[in-house]
Design a protein around this ligand. Structure first.
Ligand code: FAD
Length: 451
């Protein structure tokens, strides 16, 4: 059987891995729109979390399998349609992730100085389409909307000492911009309360221990919570306890000098919903300390029922009418990625599957994506076994796709091409003491492999 996977992020690679492992004859072709593989492992995961990126070793093994092929530089939906792929393969698995960011839907959202997490993270991680972002970091206060791990990633990158970032695979361009950054304060603003934060304890602890940055948490936000969380599930309990401890801890208990001398600070603001981004005096941008994010305080009603009913995630914040303006020069909205346009809307039929963020929406870490992709792969295997997929009719696979691509002037990049780009990046990085220096221009990547 010939199977095709669209997208080379964790979902694509884990789906391929499972099919190859459990079907001794299946062949899997992976199509990727960028010349380079690995999706958000390369363009999302924070540069100072290199251990998370080790999954690419497993993906590389999969790609090197004799029964697997990688075709980068092919945008499905533009260079070849899903319907065409379905004619060339017995099964097509869509694993192209969640491309769009969720919009805030408030006035002022389009002012310059307001960016989505996707753009901003893409900028420091070398995503080609985000390289023109060049965010203005000349203000002192940045506001991150959202209380998830991506929001913490952004705050950490903005406040990290440069010498820590220099050793990572953050791009040279963003490193230079961060070296001139005036940002010294980051507020993470969320609509709900401390019991509903979505970040996890490891990321919070990392932020609390960030050298040169002080946590500013309002003790009033945590009063009485200790009792409320007594019977909470253990991860929620430990996370809340850490916030309480940080908020209530007296300065003497910390390394006082280090903390008070900290040139930078960050904090969590709860129960606030953004209403409008107000422009600076020139009316064009949320920039300089004259600009502000206009927030409406939200009233959180279910702090206790959250535990007894376990309904914390579905509970809603209700506006109180109280408003507040928070001065800032930079607004980064980290309220989630959304599923982009469905490539398969018009051609759903047997033989078409999806895995990862296409399937579940933009939630879950790599492990969640892995389990989900194994489930999808299992469905493909079962359909093969039960005869739902007509393997009696032979399909040409890439042989047929190649002629379609050639007729449209598209030249795919192979996995060994990527390995050449990889080697060049690693060599460039070595000179600067970094794990790699990412090439951010796809044309330069293609030139490097004499495309
Ligand atoms: P993606 O990783 O987005 O992969 C989709 C792939 O499809 C991409 O390579 C894309 O270029 C390609 N594609 C898109 N459209 C097309 C098309 N039309 N044709 C061909 N190819 C296409 N998880 C962790 O475990 N640890 C972390 O530290 C962590 N950090 C994260 C940081 C950020 C900023 C984000 C957003 C997520 C993070 N995650 C982390 C979550 C993790 O990245 C996701 O669970 C995972 O990447 C989802 O995998 P996916 O394959 O569905 O999507």
């Amino acid at each position: 059987p010939r199977v095709c996977v669209v997208g080379s992020g964790p979902a694509g690679f884990y789906t391929a891995q499972h099919i190859l492992k459990h079907h001794g004859e299946a062949r899997v072709d992976i199509y990727e729109k960028l010349p380079v593989p690995f999706g958000l492992v390369r363009f999302g995961v924070a540069p100072d979390h290199p251990e998370v990126k080790n999954v690419t070793n497993t993906f590389t093994q999969t790609a090197r399998s004799e029964r697997c092929a990688y075709y980068g530089n092919v945008t499905v939906g533009r260079d070849v349609t899903v319907a065409e792929l379905q004619r060339c393969y017995h099964a097509v698995v869509l694993s192209y992730g969640a491309e769009d960011h969720r919009v805030l839907g408030i006035p002022g959202e389009n002012l310059s100085g307001v960016y989505s997490a996707r753009e901003f993270v893409g900028w420091y991680n070398g995503l080609p389409e985000s390289q023109d972002l060049k965010p203005d970091l000349s203000c002192e206060t940045a506001l991150v909307l959202g209380h998830g791990n991506v929001a913490l990633d952004i705050a950490r990158i903005l406040l990290s000492p440069l010498q820590l970032l220099r050793k990572t695979d953050i791009t040279d361009g963003s490193l230079a911009a961060l070296a001139c950054s005036k940002v010294k304060r980051v507020w993470l603003v969320g609509r709900r309360g401390p019991l509903q934060v979505a970040f996890t304890i490891k990321e919070l602890r990392e932020m609390i221990n960030l050298p040169g940055a002080r946590a500013v948490l309002d003790p009033a936000d945590f009063t009485g919570l200790e009792n409320t969380i007594k019977d909470a599930p253990r991860p929620r309990k430990r996370l809340t306890e850490l916030m309480i401890k940080t908020a209530l801890e007296k300065p003497v208990e910390k390394a006082v000098e280090a903390q008070t001398a900290a040139p930078r600070e960050w904090g969590l603001k709860f129960q606030r919903s953004p209403q409008e981004v107000l422009p600076s005096a020139d009316g064009r941008r949320a920039r300089g300390e004259a600009a502000a994010l206009h927030l409406v305080a939200a009233w959180w009603s279910a702090a206790s029922s959250f535990l007894s009913q376990g309904s914390g995630d579905s509970a809603k914040a209700i506006p109180t009418g109280v408003t507040e303006e928070l001065e800032c020069g930079l607004v980064l909205s980290s309220i989630g990625y959304s599923r982009g346009l469905s490539l398969a809307a018009l051609c759903a039929r047997a033989g078409l599957y999806c895995s990862g963020w296409v399937k579940r929406g933009a939630t879950g870490v790599i492990i969640t994506t892995m389990n989900d992709s194994f489930d999808t792969a299992q469905s493909v295997l079962e359909d093969l076994q039960r005869g739902v997929l007509d393997v009696a009719t032979s399909r040409e696979g890439f042989g047929a796709v190649e002629s379609i691509l050639r007729s449209r002037g598209v030249r795919p990049v192979s996995f060994s091409d990527w390995e050449k780009i990889d080697a060049a990046e690693v060599a460039r990085g070595r000179a600067a003491g970094k794990p790699r220096e990412k090439i951010v221009d796809p044309q330069e990547m293609l030139q490097l492999i004499s495309h």
